[in-house]
Design a protein around this ligand. Sequence first.
Ligand SMILES: Cc1ncc(C[n+]2csc(CCOP(=O)(O)OP(=O)(O)O)c2C)c(N)n1
Ligand code: SF4
Ligand SMILES: [Mg+2]
Length: 221
Amino acid sequence: MSKDSKFCPGCGQPIILQTLYRILQEQKSEEKAVLGLDIGCALLAWDFLPINTFQTHHGRVTATMVGFKRGRPDSLSFAYTGDGGAYAIGLQSLMWAAMRNDPITVIVANNSVYGMTGGQTAPTTMKGQVTDTSPHGGELDPMTGPELLRSINKKAYLARTAVNEIQNVKMYLTRAIETQRQGNFSLVEVLSFCPTNWRVKGPAMIEFLNNMKEPFKMGEF
Ligand SMILES: Cc1ncc(C[n+]2csc(CCOP(=O)(O)OP(=O)(O)O)c2C)c(N)n1
Ligand code: SF4
Ligand SMILES: [Mg+2]
């Protein structure tokens, strides 16, 4: 089904990608799908699934996949990105895609840090969360992407779940794909394990993820 993973052991991102692929298989849509990858640990998915992929620059995957969809309106266009790529450097193009109601599906793996570059503070870093660049704990409430986009697009499908709620990952991604097919914008944020940068293992990893569900509300918005 997929090639060897280049993600760290325990990373949540393969769960998201495998779930997406399973849905595409069930819908017999693998050939229509194109997966755009942001820079960040998303790039480790470049040959993970047997579907066509695009590699883009950091924060540029939404704009790239909007362009792809315009060129190939019959495709299923996915922008796969980390929280930093979506809500920091890529926020402008994400907001404009939502404002224009571009019919693509954005999937955000939210691990609350800049994972690939060593775990620095991101817009999603939680109040009190210690990172290398917030040694005394994050000072702000984290940015909540789906809630923000709701205020600028009433037709979009916007949801948040977590990699340890696999049924919802599948259900929300399915609804997001259906939304794209109907011609509207969709975004699913998935809270995802980053044991390497959280510097936790085993049960502590699950506890960390579950604690994220306090500032990041689960559900459809
Ligand atoms: C224009 C640009 N700025 C900065 C970087 C360095 N950079 C690479 S990945 C990354 C952070 C990725 O964090 P996130 O988007 O949350 O993805 P994650 O690795 O956590 O999955 C940064 C800052 C870059 N590659 N390009
Ligand atoms: S650094 Fe974190 S997000 Fe990146 S592959 Fe490793 S566990 Fe996954
Ligand atoms: Mg991240």
